[in-house]
Design a protein around this ligand. Structure first.
Ligand SMILES: NC(=O)C1=CN([C@@H]2O[C@H](COP(=O)(O)OP(=O)(O)OC[C@H]3O[C@@H](n4cnc5c(N)ncnc54)[C@H](O)[C@@H]3O)[C@@H](O)[C@H]2O)[C@@H](O)CC1
Ligand SMILES: Nc1ncnc2c1ncn2[C@@H]1O[C@H](COP(=O)(O)OP(=O)(O)O)[C@@H](O)[C@H]1O
Ligand SMILES: [K+]
Length: 499
């Protein structure tokens, strides 16, 4: 149920269902019924409902909802954007079954409605809203009515979440079969309100047959591979993660990451500290160990210990050749890697260099955790990456370009694998927008890599756990709280209580 369908994939699902014997008009009837159900679930019979229908099948769903709501006793008004004679196919059939008046869109009075059903544009949105469509959407947004969007708020691009000209701000959205990327990606998500998925008879088999590559990031699909210590576990079986510390004025970030890795379950975690910062690190670490490691040569010597199997490089590490050499040293010794912050900025404009790193890693895997600023810095010369049509596709293109798992952070974090799989995260809280939160995320990812979780799933799990920890702490959250919130999050996760 967590697949996210593009408009093209939804069309394919529709076509396959119709080919298997369910007429399109029946799908539309079920879609319209789900919209009518959403209205009648919350609003008393007799309430005035304005249904705004567009020129395509989204409008057809609106005509069905109008007919059903009248039979249930609602005071329904229908306004159509475009000419009734221009309606085609199932939408024309649905309009013919509506026996009430149809006003022109220009005559609609959104400000007088209690409820507005937005059935203007759905998956067929093809360009920016302008003219009458734009005026109507702006009137809806200014109306104060409760707005129910059909499929996706009109003006929101279902594939990218972008606003095309202007976009309806809905209180709830009823979509069909599965959600679409635009329901999760910003700014689309902010326009959708509560999203409910209605079953209109597109089967799970049809969806499975489409081999959908994008999902909402949900534990259901990575929990089976989530590392849980066996009865006879010992710490070395749970992996040894290492975090490279910055210099004397920049040690906190590494400690945050290290604490995240330890709480995520790595058996041992060591902060590898420049000798000059050793005392600062040592004074503040207990369960996390600390070792003096001097530059790339020091790291090479430290990595003689083959039990060290995952590293975080980047938090407060410093931008420049010294950090790059650390990354190259770790990659050459085929340890799983999480590259964050300064390690990413050390590859500004050099996606090719990162590709070399991922190429040197063999099967160990590398996870890159850029925020938007770092992402833009790395890929500034890769127009196919920076100009991809959505955050989802940018992350996917970046993963393909580097051969690394990409975690493109933010309120709608996208996790993408080089093989094209991608997940959009939806849990979390804006309280995570605080210094050091990203360092903890890098550490959690490394903790899972140390326990041999496959890199893409480890990245998905880390993002979800980090966000769930953020939700649990909530107001007042500081980065130090996140590792400490993990035990309760993990307990619920492993008990199957999904947040
Ligand atoms: N695919 C499916 O499985 C199902 C689809 N259904 C509905 O069908 C919708 C998709 O229908 P369509 O493909 O007909 O597309 P839409 O109804 O979303 O929009 C297409 C129409 O809008 C016009 N248009 C697009 N962008 C415009 C703009 N910016 N300004 C003015 N006009 C614009 C197009 O010329 C076309 O006439 C879905 O969103 C859903 O609501 C449902 O009936 C149930 C089944
Ligand atoms: N508004 C938000 N809602 C949810 N999560 C957020 C929001 N803003 C930031 N985050 C998350 O917080 C973390 C911040 O990381 P980052 O930008 O690297 O900050 P820092 O470098 O200070 O640690 C990321 O995991 C990001 O996804
Ligand atoms: K709509």
């Amino acid at each position: 149920m967590h697949e996210l369908l593009t408009s093209g994939e939804m069309r394919a699902a529709d076509a396959r269902t119709i080919a298997a014997g369910t007429p399109g008009r029946v799908l539309m009837e079920r879609a319209g019924r789900a919209v009518a159900d959403a209205v009648s679930a919350r609003h008393p019979v007799g309430t005035r409902v304005l249904i705004l229908c567009g020129p395509g099948n989204n409008g057809g769903d609106g005509f069905v909802a109008a007919r059903l709501l009248v039979t249930r006793g609602y005071r329904v008004e229908v306004a159509l954007l475009g000419e009734r004679e221009a309606l085609k196919g199932d939408a024309a059939l649905a309009a013919a079954d509506w026996k009430g008046p149809v006003a022109a869109a220009a005559a609609a009075r959104p400000d007088e409605a209690r409820i507005i059903v937005d059935a203007l544009f759905g998956a067929g949105l093809a360009r920016e809203l302008d003219g009458a469509a734009r005026t109507l959407v702006e009137a809806v947004n200014g109306s104060g009515a409760h707005v129910v969007a059909v499929d996706i708020p009109s003006g929101i691009d279902g594939d990218s979440g972008a606003i095309r000209g202007t976009g309806v701000r809905a209180h709830e959205t009823v979509t069909f079969a599965r959600r679409k990327p635009g329901h999760l990606l910003l700014p689309g998500r902010l326009h959708c309100g509560h999203v409910r998925v209605a079953d209109i008879g597109i089967s799970d088999d049809v969806i499975a047959g489409l081999a959908i590559g994008t999902r909402a990031n949900h534990p259901a699909w990575w929990r089976p591979q989530f590392p849980v210590p066996a009865l006879d576990a010992h710490k070395y079986r749970r992996g040894h993660a290492v975090v490279i510390s910055g210099g004397i004025a920049g040690t906190g970030a590494a400690r945050l990451a290290a604490r995240g890795a330890l709480r995520a379950g790595a058996g041992l975690v060591t902060v590898a500290s420049p000798p000059a910062a050793l005392a600062v690190n040592a004074a503040q670490l207990t369960a996390v160990m600390v070792r003096p490691v001097d530059g790339a040569d020091g790291l090479a010597a430290f990595l003689e210990d083959s039990r060290i199997n995952a590293l975080v490089i980047g938090p407060a590490a410093g931008v420049g050749p010294a950090t790059r050499r650390m990354v190259e040293t770790a990659a050459g010794r085929q340890r799983a890697l999480v590259l964050d912050a300064d390690a990413l900025s050390s590859f500004a404009g050099d996606a090719e260099g990162l590709r070399g790193i991922a190429g040197a890693m063999g099967r160990s895997g590398v996870i890159l955790t850029p925020h938007e600023g770092e992402f833009a810095r790395i890929f500034k010369d890769q127009s196919d990456v920076v100009n991809a049509p959505s955050k989802l596709e940018r992350a996917r293109a970046a993963a393909a370009a580097t051969g690394a798992v990409i975690v493109l952070k933010g309120p709608d974090t996208v996790i993408a694998a080089p093989d094209g799989r991608a997940a959009i995260n939806e849990n979390g809280t804006p309280w995570l927008a605080t210094a050091g939160a990203g360092d903890v995320l890098a550490g959690i990812a490394a903790g899972l890599l140390a326990q041999a979780m496959p890199p893409f799933l480890a990245a998905c799990a880390a993002v979800w756990l980090h966000a769930a920890a953020g939700e649990r702490v909530g107001p007042g959250l500081i980065a130090e709280d996140l590792p400490e919130a993990l035990p309760a999050v993990l307990r619920d996760l492993l008990a199957g209580i999904d947040e």
